[in-house]
Design a protein around this ligand. Structure first.
Ligand SMILES: Nc1ncnc2c1ncn2[C@@H]1O[C@H](COP(=O)(O)OP(=O)(O)OP(=O)(O)O)[C@@H](O)[C@H]1O
Length: 457
């Protein structure tokens, strides 16, 4: 049997009433709490969140005006308008109870109550609350999904050995549920590769969602990733579905994972290990049904050595590790990518006749591309906009053009640049395998990692 849903709060100054109603309701709901002092209602709802409050109308002995009940009813509804309130009223208070319904109470029960009637009324109120919650969650999920769906899927362009090796790895790992860590400089196409893995996986029909976890503040991280129940903290005005839940059935890319502070690394590790996530303000863990892919431009292995990244988290996320080569290390792909972007922007700017001149082509091949494919894409877009003829000329590429020739001519490189270049080349040759690269370079793994960190590789 599935666990009953519903959090019920009983408020009455009569301990006998509290005890007997609690015993009646307890088998039917997840939580039944009692309170004999109404002053504590707001704080308790803030802290724990309730679906239904069963509220006495009179608290001081001898007071039969019902004003206290109405006061607390208003207070509850002003702070938590979705909470369902049922009033407990004495026989003579019925007119008062009817007036309270106009003020927002869902129903009332006359003392002495019939157990059957009380139980049915609370069950109905709980159902109303659950349905309202569901609608809110769906709305919040819909917001995440709409933003994920509006991201376009770029094809993985490239025939260089580096990209060919990555394609082969994708074919092998996509059908599995293995955790993948994608390493590489900014703009090298880590997200494109993550999408490709998703598209080729059995989750392809599900959603692909990206979260820049490095950009989330400590406070935001938990509510954004795990979700929260209304009232879980001051700004939690309504229930919210976290990204782990919103991406259920699909793939979640945790981008910039290297920028996650150590305290949040611990929280993420707990979720990944338990494969469960608990919304803030709740105690009900939800099973994770997402494939996690992580990406970063940081050297996580070097960060582990310097104590900035948890080793246990690294080994949890890197069952398979892919290192995406820089554009500089796959010059064969530059003409293909340039053509790909030309096609895209020629349509966008209604210049379908445009070509790339051979002069521009060879200049593009000689540039260093520190911003990688993203920079190439922007350069081509600019050139398409600026071009007045039928072919893109070096002059159309603006600031890129000024450094196009010569930037990676060896006679302009100093010793450090030469060393960085050699390290990049050898790592790309060994498809990101640092041990093999270190061996070829005649360095220990540690020494190579230190140099990689120095050069931002
Ligand atoms: N192989 C590729 N084929 C076509 N377009 C690509 C390829 N790789 C990257 N791009 C394009 O280059 C841009 C940058 O790619 P992407 O966002 O995947 O890089 P990234 O490595 O995730 O960057 P960052 O580290 O800054 O998040 C995107 O517009 C993407 O569509």
């Amino acid at each position: 049997m599935s666990k009953p849903l519903g959090r019920i709060l009983l408020v009455d100054d009569d301990e006998f009433v509290l005890l007997s109603v609690k015993m009646l309701l307890e088998p039917h709901f997840a939580v039944v709490k009692t309170l004999n002092n109404p002053e504590r209602i707001p704080a308790l709802i803030d802290q724990e969140g309730f679906d239904v409050v069963v509220l006495d109308m009179n608290f001081r002995s001898g007071d039969t005006t019902g004003n206290q009940g109405r006061f607390w009813l208003k207070k509850i509804l002003s702070q938590h308008p979705d909470t369902q309130v049922i009033l407990l009223t004495a026989y003579g208070d019925i007119q008062l109870a009817v007036d309270s319904i106009k003020e927002g109470a869902l129903d009332f029960i006359v003392k002495p109550w019939q157990n059957e009637k009380l139980l049915t009324t609370v069950k109905t109120a709980n159902l109303v609350s659950q349905e309202k919650n569901k609608v809110k969650q769906l709305r919040s999920q819909q917001r995440s999904l709409v933003s994920a769906l509006s991201q376009k899927n770029e094809p993985l362009v490239g025939t260089s050995p580096g990209i060919t090796a990555i394609r082969k790895t994708i074919e092998k790992i996509a059908p599995t549920e293995a955790e993948v860590l994608i390493l590489g400089q900014n703009g090298t196409g880590k997200e494109v590769i993550a999408r490709e893995i998703h598209e080729k996986s059995r989750r392809a029909e599900g959603i692909f969602m990206t979260v820049d976890v490095g950009a989330l503040s400590e406070n935001l991280f938990e509510s954004e990733m795990f979700g929260h129940r209304k009232g879980a903290f001051t700004d939690a005005k309504e229930d919210r579905v976290g990204r782990f839940e919103a991406a259920a059935g699909g793939t979640l890319l945790l981008d910039e994972i290297g920028n996650l502070p150590l305290s949040l690394q611990a929280k993420l590790l707990t979720v990944l290990q338990s494969k469960k996530v608990t919304r803030l303000g709740t105690h009900e863990p939800i099973d994770l049904d997402v494939r996690i892919i992580c990406a970063t431009n940081c050297n996580l292995h070097a960060m582990v050595e310097s104590g900035k990244f948890r080793e246990d988290l690294l080994y949890r996320i890197n069952t398979v590790e892919l290192t995406v080569p820089t554009l500089y290390d796959r010059p064969e792909d530059i003409p293909l990518l340039a053509q790909h972007f030309l096609k895209k922007f020629a349509v966008k700017y209604q210049k379908p006749y445009l070509k790339i001149s051979s002069e521009a082509q060879s200049q593009l091949g000689g540039y260093r591309w520190p911003g990688n494919i993203r920079e190439l894409q922007h350069a081509v877009e600019r050139a398409v906009i600026m071009c007045e003829g039928e072919a893109l000329m070096p002059g159309d590429f603006g600031s890129v053009q000024q450094t196009l020739s010569g930037e990676f001519r060896f006679d302009r490189l100093n010793l450090e640049q030469l060393e960085a270049w050699a390290i990049r080349k050898v790592i790309a040759k060994h498809q990101g395998n640092v041990s093999h690269a270190a061996e070829e370079l005649g360095l220990s793994r540690g020494a190579l990692y230190r140099r990689m960190e120095t050069y931002g590789i």
